[in-house]
Ligand binder design. Structure first.
Ligand SMILES: NC(=O)c1ccc[n+]([C@@H]2O[C@H](COP(=O)([O-])OP(=O)(O)OC[C@H]3O[C@@H](n4cnc5c(N)ncnc54)[C@H](O)[C@@H]3O)[C@@H](O)[C@H]2O)c1
Ligand SMILES: O=C(O)C(=O)C[C@]1(C(=O)O)C=C[C@@H](O)C=C1
Length: 281
């Protein structure tokens, strides 16, 4: 039974995990962050019962969430796991999984269980101030158990945490995960940032007239550089492969438009609407 949890990195996602655990479970939540102001606020609001700037002592928790940028996750696990009790579940929320899972599998055989995690929810905003207890309600939540995780441990984690915070667990392997999010998150992010740069480069005066269409397709260009640098870089082989396919699709579009192929254009727009409709149900 999970009675006490630590959340490392109380930003948008970690803060939301901590708030969701407070709202939907009886689990005691302690917080760890390098930012003192964040810790003070989380304590003041009652999101966490104790606050620490780092873990360099024996920490009596049943599960630990690492909610730092992707590039820091494996290092955080390496520093913290010697201080945890036997059988502790360690999980993360990183947006890419292969680099994290491969690093963790290299650790010496140990007494903790690592379950890679990735909630498919978020915003372009960063930091504790934007965190919300209902962020994960009805969202998919990818889970990638490492090789040492027994079925029963995964079941407890899913039942006592993931489902309680309203999320829908999806168990996958890390290659499958990284390809899926490459398609529905990483390439779209690059396209959104490219559109933003493109509009500015072509005609920066045009930007001030932008309406819903441009705003909808570029909202995520407002996201944080540090987080997205880590995400794109850590999934770059998949992203490069997908971008080549995307480039081919655009080239195909240009080819037909150059030839005035109206039928192709109608078919392209019709198909896109049918594909996108799936998300409306
Ligand atoms: N933002 C999203 O939409 C989203 C969605 C799903 C997953 N994620 C993943 O969640 C993770 C966190 O993203 P976020 O959006 O919450 O970022 P964020 O910037 O809002 O929060 C990060 C927090 O971690 C703290 N931190 C940084 N290094 C630390 C360390 N070494 N020890 C302790 N605390 C540390 C920061 O002070 C900050 O409070 C990333 O791995 C990201 O890929 C983000
Ligand atoms: O909605 C947003 O603003 C997000 O960026 C959330 C989003 C995404 O959908 O791409 C971003 C990164 C994550 O790993 C998961 C979700």
């Amino acid at each position: 039974m999970i009675e006490k949890v630590a959340v490392v990195g109380l930003g948008l996602i970690g803060g939301s995990i901590a708030k969701a655990l407070r709202k939907y479970t009886d689990i005691d939540v302690v917080g760890v962050d390098i930012d003192t102001k964040t810790l003070d606020k989380a304590l003041r609001e009652g999101t966490i019962s104790e606050a620490f700037r780092e873990i360099n002592f024996a920490l009596d928790v049943d599960a630990l969430f690492i909610c730092t940028p992707v590039g820091k996750i494996a290092d955080s696990v390496k520093k913290i796991y010697p201080h945890l009790k036997k059988g502790c579940i360690i999980t993360d929320v990183g947006s890419t999984k292969k680099v994290v899972m491969e690093e963790i599998e290299k650790f010496p055989p140990s007494d903790f269980y690592f379950i890679g995690g990735h909630p498919m929810a978020g915003t372009e905003k960063a930091g504790y101030d934007y965190s919300h207890p209902d962020l994960f309600v009805n969202s998919f939540y990818f889970l990638i158990p490492s090789s040492s995780v027994e079925e029963g441990i995964l079941e407890i984690f899913v039942k006592e945490i993931i489902k309680k915070i309203g999320a829908k667990p999806v168990i996958v392997d890390y290659n499958e995960h990284d390809r899926i999010v490459g398609v529905i998150s990483h390439v779209p992010h690059i396209v959104s940032t490219a559109l933003s740069n493109f509009a500015h480069r072509e005609c920066k005066d045009a930007l001030k007239y932008a309406a819903g269409g441009f705003k909808d397709t570029t909202r995520i260009a407002l996201s944080q550089t540090e987080m997205w640098k880590d995400i794109i870089f850590s999934n770059r082989e998949v992203v490069l492969d997908l971008l080549r396919n995307y480039k081919n699709l655009l080239e195909e579009f240009v080819y037909h438009l150059e030839r005035g192929d109206e039928e192709f254009l109608v078919d392209f727009l019709d198909k896109a609407r049918e594909c996108r409709k799936i998300l409306e149900v």
